[in-house]
Write a protein that binds this ligand. Structure first.
Ligand SMILES: Cc1ncc(COP(=O)(O)O)c(C=O)c1O
Length: 427
């Protein structure tokens, strides 16, 4: 009998994978808490929450129960001309906890589509008002997804290289690295002054795929204030930062100026089902509220507001909003801070960064190219220790499910200590 792994290699084309270089995938058969179990009986710690989606652990019994109940009640229903309780309740609950007076939720399928919707809303908003504002501004090295609009507002990289000529023009301002914040703020103001800017899109506080690059709430506030000053919309892409990763429920809560549009996905369903949501203010919604059908938003997906995904999201919110979950996130953040302090001056490390439950360790390696051999060495080292950590170039990061126990965090920290020793031995 063939293994899943063997059958996979005959029929599957994996994401972000050179199928020639890495033809084999580990066959997972089960998940429980922070662990994934493979078909050979190995147990892996999921230190990166399965691409940053999982909040409460795998196959969480409470979410499973709620999803199962929903499956037996209503599995799916067209969302134009029809609605259902879970979609309405989820919108009500999200609007209750989102920062900045969001008033409407537009559902879609994933993070990229949440961003596509946001971009379309921002561009058409000005069109509907008869105001010529066409340009989008984003941060260098941003990552907002893999569909064409989302790729356009993402930094140009090997991810987008094959499609460069098909992407629309976006003005990129320098990432506000520590000590160079003023340059970014000035670049943003110059861009806002010189052109008709429809919107700024940012990953607030942490640029995930760029290597968990972090910047201060003070700069984010300055960016947002400038946009308000120049009457430009702000899109906060909280696809990764949302649902508690940065300490607060949403990264934008670290500041007092609000975005106009917030993109959500990943942790929205607790990592159980695919789902995207784009939240907007009343002002944005009102620009589409018109007798003229040309002013409506022509966007939707077959699985928009899927009831099972809504049920998973509601169950995940129940867990997320419990005090015990807040305490877990604080415990993780404190443990990260202690470990960061311990390794910060290691001679193999160039920088240790932390925002809330996200800890990133940048290894000394010259350029941070995605294909560095250091990345593969580190990845394979962690896999040999039965820990799933997918370094971004020379950057190792931990972004665990909130149910991780202190002992389990220590196992991960210990593996990182061992990696540093191993790397030293290779020098
Ligand atoms: C900030 C951000 N936006 C958008 C996306 C795209 O989300 P998805 O992979 O669900 O399309 C990601 C994915 O990593 C992300 O980190």
């Amino acid at each position: 009998m063939s293994t899943i792994k063997e059958r996979d290699s005959k029929v599957i084309w994996h994401p972000y994978t050179s199928m020639k270089a890495w033809p084999e995938a580990i066959g997972i058969v089960r998940g429980e808490g922070i662990y994934l179990f493979d078909e050979e009986g190995n147990r892996y710690i999921d230190a990166i929450s399965s691409w940053w989606v999982n909040l409460h652990g795998h196959s969480h019994p409470y979410i499973a129960k709620k999803v199962s109940e929903q499956l037996n009640t209503l599995e799916h229903c067209i969302f134009a001309g029809f609605t259902h309780g879970p979609a309405v309740l989820l919108a009500e609950r999200l609007l209750n906890i989102l920062p900045g007076g969001m008033k409407k939720i537009f559902y879609s399928d994933n993070g990229s589509t949440a961003v596509e919707v946001a971009i379309k809303m921002a561009l058409q908003y000005w069109g509907n008002k008869g105001i010529k504002k066409r340009k989008l501004i984003a941060l260098e090295n941003a990552y907002h997804g893999d569909t064409f609009g989302a790729m356009s507002v993402s930094g140009r990289s090997i991810f987008t290289e094959a499609f460069t000529e098909y992407l629309f023009e976006v003005e990129f301002i320098p990432f506000p690295c520590k000590g160079k914040e003023a340059e970014s703020v000035t670049a943003l103001e110059t861009a806002l002054k010189n052109s008709d800017v429809a919107a700024l899109i940012v990953e607030p506080l942490v640029q995930g795929a760029a290597g968990m690059q972090m910047y201060s709430p003070a700069v984010l506030e300055q960016f947002f204030l400038l946009c308000k000053q120049y009457n430009t919309l702000i899109i906060a892409d909280e696809v990764m930062t949302g649902f508690g990763r940065t300490g607060t429920l949403f990264a934008c809560e670290h500041i007092s100026t609000s975005p106009d549009i917030i993109c959500l996905s990943k942790g929205l369903t607790g990592g159980t089902m695919p789902m995207g949501a784009t939240a907007t203010t009343q002002d944005i919604f009102d620009a589409f509220y018109d007798d003229d059908k040309m002013k409506m938003l022509y966007h939707g997906h077959s699985f928009t507001a899927n009831p099972v995904a809504c049920a998973a999201s509601l169950a995940s919110l129940d867990l997320l909003l419990q005090d015990s979950c807040t305490e877990s996130r604080e415990r993780i953040a404190s443990a990260h801070a202690v470990f960061a302090g311990e390794i910060r001056n290691d001679n193999m490390i160039s920088e240790v960064r932390q925002t809330g439950t996200v800890l990133a360790i940048e290894l000394k390696a010259g350029t941070a190219s995605y294909h560095q051999s250091l990345r593969d060495t580190a990845y394979n080292f962690f896999i040999s220790k039965k820990i799933i950590i997918r370094p971004l170039g020379n950057i190792i990061y931990i972004l665990p499910p909130y149910c991780i126990a202190t002992d389990e965090l220590n196992t991960i920290y210990d593996a990182i200590r061992q990696l540093l020793v191993h790397l030293r031995s290779l020098k």
